[in-house]
Write a protein that binds this ligand. Structure first.
Ligand code: TRP
Length: 331
């Protein structure tokens, strides 16, 4: 049997998984899992770099796992695991921090952005976040890492650290390649179509979550910002409409051209009604499966336990090698 390349990605259990996460990330993961040795994490340790309510964090980690599965991540094909269940993530992060320069962390634009927003809580986890992310990836010798455009810089740091470690202590880590889908970055906020749709947006009218009720979806689409021009046509100078056309295309698997020709003379109200239906059709099977899964939490927990076990075996191999190479005495 030839060895499949390793793919790894993760999402923080904060906010609400939304259709941008599905269309831009999880849907791709589902199609990757046949051809890759796949690991999909819920990166709970990353999420504590911003303030979390413990009870919500606990609930969300389980709920996100159920949503991964409901979206089609198959626990028989892929490892689904909670980052904190595998202690080697933190161990490798510490080792990597010893070869990371402050200058490198200072250059991270996400840290600059987040610390601006965070004001009074610029903690050191927010600063060293990219090192933990590098550990997530290098621990499993990942070849391909699907991420959003905003994570590209973190991937570059990961590669730099891998090369540095390999040069200093001999070949240890695989160099990961980023996979940056174009779609993810094209899904915009419903109310502010110049901004990306983000799962941590506090204004829930900006996003459609995977668990939104059909009626809520109808309402949110109805209220989505468009413009006063007439005609349903893809035009970058009409960002609200362009976004809705993208959502229609992705939720119905039809080309934008086809949708344009079908609705060219339609009123926004008709177009929006059909768009909401199309999104609800996409979400229906996911929500149905999610409800079933959440009715049996012990099943989800057993998937996570199994995922952690399988991941730990592999993580241990890497950390053992790393510890030996840097001169830590074997236990
Ligand atoms: N930092 C990533 C994000 O916010 C999440 C993440 C953490 C991740 N570890 C990872 C993504 C490892 C890919 C691989 O999107």
């Amino acid at each position: 049997m030839s060895k499949k390349p390793v793919i790894l990605s993760g999402i923080q259990p904060s906010g609400n998984l939304c259709i941008a996460n599905y269309m831009g990330a999880i849907k791709n993961w589902v199609s990757f899992q046949n051809d890759y040795d796949s690991i999909f994490l819920i990166v709970d340790l990353h999420s504590i770099s911003t303030m979390q309510k413990p009870s919500e964090l606990r609930q969300r980690s389980l709920s996100f796992a159920a949503q991964y599965i409901a979206c089609g991540i198959d626990p028989d094909k892929s490892i689904i695991a909670i980052q904190s269940h595998i202690k080697e993530h933190v161990e490798l992060a510490w080792v990597l921090s010893s070869i990371t320069y402050l200058g490198e962390l200072n250059r991270m634009t996400q840290f600059k952005d987040k610390s601006k927003k965070q004001g009074s809580n610029i903690n050191s986890a927010l600063y060293t976040y990219p090192i933990l992310m590098a550990a997530d990836i290098l621990l499993y010798q990942a070849n391909l890492v699907p991420v959003g455009q905003d994570q590209k810089q973190h991937l570059e740091l990961t590669r730099d650290l891998a090369v540095r470690f390999n040069n200093q202590f001999s070949e240890t880590f695989t160099l990961p390649e980023p996979y940056i889908p174009k779609i993810g970055s094209r899904i915009m906020s419903l109310q502010k179509p110049d901004n990306k749709m983000s799962k941590s947006d506090e204004n829930l009218n900006n996003i459609i979550t995977l668990l939104d009720d059909p009626n809520i979806v109808i309402k949110k689409i109805k209220r989505a910002v468009t413009d006063s021009k007439s005609g349903i046509k893809y035009d970058v100078s009409r960002p609200g409409l362009a976004n809705l056309l993208t959502l229609f295309s992705l939720s119905s698997n039809q080309s934008i051209e086809k949708i344009e020709s079908q609705y060219s003379e339609s009123m926004y109200s008709v177009f929006k009604k059909d768009l909401a239906d199309s999104i609800n059709e996409m979400l229906r099977p996911i929500q149905k499966e999610y409800k079933l899964l959440m009715n049996d939490k012990s099943y989800i927990k057993s998937i996570l336990e199994n995922g952690a076990k399988r991941a730990s075996l592999r993580a241990y191999k890497t950390i053992d090698k790393v510890y030996r190479k840097i001169g830590l005495l074997k236990r």
